[in-house]
Write a protein that binds this ligand. Structure first.
Ligand code: NAD
Length: 530
């Protein structure tokens, strides 16, 4: 049976299978168990509406048997897994099911002292004096083991984070390995990198990362730091410690000298705060919210510590009337629904030229009705679970604000699993620039659609944000792409694509999106005394 698309909030009711209100999201009526629920796509005949082919997929779950979860995990300090000195621990859960995965050590300040001391010792006695050629061998080894254990890493990442296995398998893990390969290549070429004849490492890096790309962020932080001769103390996000701990195991397997990499799990306000404030830390690299980034900048002012901040974003994905529209729709979907929209550079504001706005929104809705939301371990899943309850609350709050401020909310027909943290793909039309959903980072699968008439207006609207991390431009004209790239206040501008990453390509922001670059040669400079 073919169902019509609800186009207004009033049409969102359970009769059509759509989401009516936040109460129906995640734990609402009609929600089924994970693996048994219907995908977002309504059941349609094989030739669907407008001749569009729609397929029914049988469940294709990836086995979790490759992952050997321990009941509890310690801290990784000086080459060994150890209990925290005060014995504190917390639990990490699977956000798709709320199932307890493991108990995780919560580092206290005394553990931070031990880890920083170990890193300082290793930097002075082993890693700093080691030749770049030798350091490169270790990095290549880590990269190869990541590849060898890629399935294990991907399944573990999807279990702990909630992201679809398709993404952890095809994006997170390969990119993590690629970062180690790439920076391994730099380790013995630092004197030719344009930083002078003998560039020196900064010393010990304290690195704090978020939960949206747990393994990939760890690789982005560790690989350039190690290649440049620094040692590291890494603090993963509280809700996603497992792949960082598996990476610590891989680092042991690669025989890295003790103390070169240390991993401290625990609360940001305790372990994270103590780490960045520690006098033995020479460089702080932080990826996370703008709010905490500002706190860190204030706390570190005048200490002489080097600092790079990768913070939030509110990117504009700009579609001109001459763009290849079907391709652009794929780019819009990838821009905001990749990783459930929990992406700092997500294309969360769609700026579409007025003349094609209706067509693009119609095509987009049709495409969204085919997205499959559900079990992250199912290989057909497009959107997985939201990482944690607090983030789900934030998404709900901002979506409710969008409605309250007068924008029109739409989600495809969709039943969501009963347990876990879920939010359907959502599009807001009728959005004005003053709306909170056009200004604030939602960090979820929610797209705000605005329109423009001229390139100048597109630029003005795109730049009307406190952030400046990324942007996308869709047009057939090369000259317009170049002109727009020059005008947009964003660290990364994608042309006729979105969310493309490569270790050789620098990534980072302007304004409240932070400063410093990760990736490429600039990513090395962040860890050298240049
Ligand atoms: P968050 O700022 O709450 O936490 C990030 C990390 O900082 C976590 O490990 C946390 O434990 C730690 N932390 C928290 N308080 C701390 C403190 N006082 N001192 C030291 N460390 C502390 O952010 P989050 O919710 O984990 O991540 C989401 C945010 O990260 C979003 O705003 C997103 O845009 C941003 N992000 C940015 C990038 C980028 O490259 N620009 C990439 C991913 C995520």
């Amino acid at each position: 049976m073919t169902k019509s698309y609800p186009t207004q909030e009033s049409e969102h009711d359970l009769e059509t299978g759509s989401i009516k209100s936040d109460d129906a999201v995640g734990k609402g009526e009609g929600a089924g168990l994970i693996g048994q629920h219907e995908p977002c796509s309504p059941k349609l005949p094989a030739t669907g509406r407008a001749g569009q082919a729609v397929f029914e997929y049988a469940p294709a779950p990836e086995s979790r048997s490759i992952v050997h979860l321990q009941s509890s995990y310690g801290l990784f300090i000086d080459g060994a897994f150890v209990e925290p000195l005060d014995g504190k621990a917390y639990k990490t859960e699977n956000p798709a099911t709320e199932e307890l995965l493991a108990e995780i050590a919560a580092a206290g300040t005394a553990d931070v002292d031990l880890a920083v001391e170990a890193a300082g010792r290793a930097q002075k006695t082993v890693w700093g004096p080691m030749s770049g050629v030798e350091r490169a061998k270790y990095l290549f080894r880590i990269a190869r083991i990541i590849q060898e254990r890629s399935r294990e890493l991907a399944v573990l990442e999807s279990l702990d984070n909630g992201k679809p296995i398709r993404e952890s398998r095809d994006v997170d893990v390969p990119l993590a390995a690629a970062h180690f390969f790439y920076y391994a290549g730099w380790a013995d070429k630092l004197e030719y990198a344009g930083f002078g004849p003998d560039p020196q490492p900064l010393g010990v890096a304290g690195q704090v990362i978020p939960w949206n790309f747990p393994l990939m962020m760890a690789a982005w932080k560790l690989a350039p730091a190690l290649a440049a001769g620094n040692t590291c103390v890494l603090k993963p996000a509280t809700t996603t410690p497992l792949t960082a701990l598996l990476l610590a195991e891989i680092i042991q397997q690669a025989d890295l000298p003790p103390g070169v990499v240390n991993v401290l799990t625990g609360a940001g306000s305790v372990a994270g705060a103590a780490l960045v404030a520690h006098p033995g830390i020479d460089k702080v690299a932080f990826t996370g919210s703008t709010e905490i980034g500002k706190d860190l900048q204030r706390a570190l002012a005048g200490t002489g510590k080097h600092l790079t901040l990768e913070l939030g974003g509110k990117a504009a994905n700009i579609v001109f009337e001459d763009a290849p529209l079907d391709q652009a729709v794929e780019g819009i979907v990838n821009g905001i629904f990749f990783n459930q929209g929990e992406v700092c550079c997500a294309g969360s504001r769609l700026l579409v030229q007025e003349s094609i706005a209706e067509t693009v929104v119609e095509k987009l809705k049709r495409r969204l009705a085919t997205l499959r939301v559900g079990d992250p371990l199912d290989k057909n899943t497009d959107l997985g679970a939201i990482n944690n309850a607090a983030q789900l609350d934030k998404i709900r709050e901002l979506a409710a604000a969008g409605e309250a401020e007068g924008a029109v909310r739409w989600s495809p027909a969709c039943s969501l699993p009963e347990r876990g943290y879920w939010f359907p793909p959502t599009v807001f039309t009728g959005v004005s620039q003053a709306h909170r959903i056009a200004q604030e980072e939602i960090f979820g699968p929610v797209l705000s659609v605005l329109t423009f008439r001229t390139p100048e207006e597109a630029v003005a609207k795109a730049n009307n944000t406190v952030y400046g991390l990324s942007a996308g431009v869709w047009t057939e004209k090369g000259s317009r792409i170049l002109w727009m790239a020059g005008q947009l206040r964003a660290g990364v501008v994608w042309a006729n694509s979105f969310n493309r990453f490569d270790p050789s390509s620098p990534f980072g922001g302007y304004r409240e999106s932070g400063f410093g670059r990760e990736g490429g040669r600039p990513g090395l400079a962040a860890y050298l005394d240049v």
